[in-house]
Design a protein around this ligand. Sequence first.
Ligand code: 13P
Length: 336
Amino acid sequence: MRTLADTALALVSSGRGILAADESVRTMSQRLEGENIPATEENRRLYRELLVSTPGLSDLVSGVILCDETLRQHASVGDIEMPFAEACHRWGILPGIKVDTGTSALAGAPGALVTEGLDGLRGRLAEYAAMGAAFAKWRAVIDVTAATDYALSANAHALARYAALCQEQGLVPIVEPEVLCSGAHDIDVCAAVSDRALAAVFAELEAQRVDLGGIVLKPNLVTPGLDATPASAEEVAAATLAVLDRRVPPAVPGIAFLSGGHDNDAACRYLAALNVEAGEPSWNLTFSFGRALVSDALHQWGGEEASRAGAQAVLLANCTRAAGAVAGRAPAPLSA
Ligand code: 13P
């Protein structure tokens, strides 16, 4: 029988990474409309099917994170329609499911958010596992301007409750404390907040008896804010590694970074430098990018069947660059 540790390792080893395609119905609809594609349920389905059915994707991508709507939809494998999770397994990619229900204002903490979704979570996880999901995701959102100890500990507590419930139901939890890179702060601010966020998360994971060998950590890269002067890839790698070395126990099998608003080129340069700088770390260092992999493909598709293969080629190219970064190769400069 496949253990949690087996699944976690399958997600983060072999030089592959995770594709995040779990935008909520609302966010996905906005992204479709941004490309002048009608935001219908069928178009959201077609888009996810286009992504995950890309020929060759499973050489680069170990898992895909979906949302509730997609997991309840069907996809075509050849001529055969089947539930999405089953189709992912056929394509050689583990299906995962975003299980948080978004953020709300944290009472008594102006500007801070807390992630919701614990009510009824045990039952939902059991249902997702029965539908074929192998892992789950929960994202905590931390703005550097509102990162009080209270906000960090409320979010860490919820992340650990989610992680413990996932493991109870046989799903590997992706534990995602995202320190946002919106703003003009410098890299030291991001490093300090990321350090405190991870300290709070691992204290709660331990207190709530989460098996660290059966999780995947999904943090932000440590960078300056997007409105500040960018740092070099080497600076990002050194700052990120310093935080990880201090806060992430070696029992964690893998760290899969979010892209957080950095484009494919920047995110891949940072990840490549990180893998070079890290040498042979105890954890696998890979990607769990959303926008850095899919934005170009969505634009290329434009809702047109005739553009489907072209969009898949664009996705594959971005995933190839990300997998190259896992192997320590900086992406080739983009042609104009
Ligand atoms: P981005 O890589 O676009 O930040 O998304 C990753 C993700 O899954 C956020 O929860």
